[in-house]
Design a binder for this molecule. Sequence first.
Ligand code: PAF
Length: 298
Amino acid sequence: MNRAPTPLVSLPDPAAARRWCADWRARGRTLGFVPTMGALHDGHLSLVERALDENDAACVSVFVNPLQFNEQRDFERYPRDLGADAQLLEGAGCTMLFTGTLAGFFPGELDARGELLPAAWREPGPSATGLEGDLRPGHFRGVATIVERLFDVVRPDRAYFGHKDFQQTLVVKDLARALGYPAIVVCPTAREASGLARSSRNELLLPADRERAAVLSRALFAARDAWCAGERRPARLSAAMRTVLADGPATLEYAEIRDPERWTRDEPVGPIERAVALVAARLGGVRLIDNLRLDEPA
Ligand code: PAF
């Protein structure tokens, strides 16, 4: 839907955002929330569009959350451009943007070294085991901790997440179930023409690697072809992905199958009736993830 650009309310700290959201809700209006780490792309904008369709306002947070990074270097080089993000959000008709610092999100909850006190952490639920949870220890604990705090600031009716971070959507659903709010809406992955899933991290890829990175989606599509041909054994489906990725430009971390509705730490052994294919690989020093539901129409 084309929306006339509206003036974006831009707030520099969580306290101001909390007041704005409380005032909005006090007027009986609904709020859709899109949490982000910035470096926004079409995938994020599709979440904002959906939030605007389903609520009276869309609110976006931009905060590169240090709690969820395993490597300091990865945190430091994560792309940041708040000015460009604000312009994109204004063009998309977003209502409010807020940002903040760790101390702003957790006032009085940091120690003298600036680290979060143990009581302020949120332990993630059962979906945090396996794959990303095993390869990035503490990552989902950092995600659950900041997302709980972001929800507490905004108190949204609905929160919007991209399917691309599939395991994260499960972790966030675990959290929302424990908190009793908000409704979690998972939106389709936006892809480049090559099939590469849109991601803020794509900005870190060299131009040639950006083309090569489409090998991840080609692997997922190979698993879907096998599924459509009747294959239901997870080991065979993941083997189809590994064949595409073998000797390719990317260093594979995993290419596995899960039942999307019954998350397990390990790949299921017997034939399954629902399947999501998940892949993670490194290319030119950039870690990329992608996934595809095999049991849903393309
Ligand atoms: O998906 C992301 O960008 C982040 O993990 C999130 C949900 C904004 C939490 O920092």
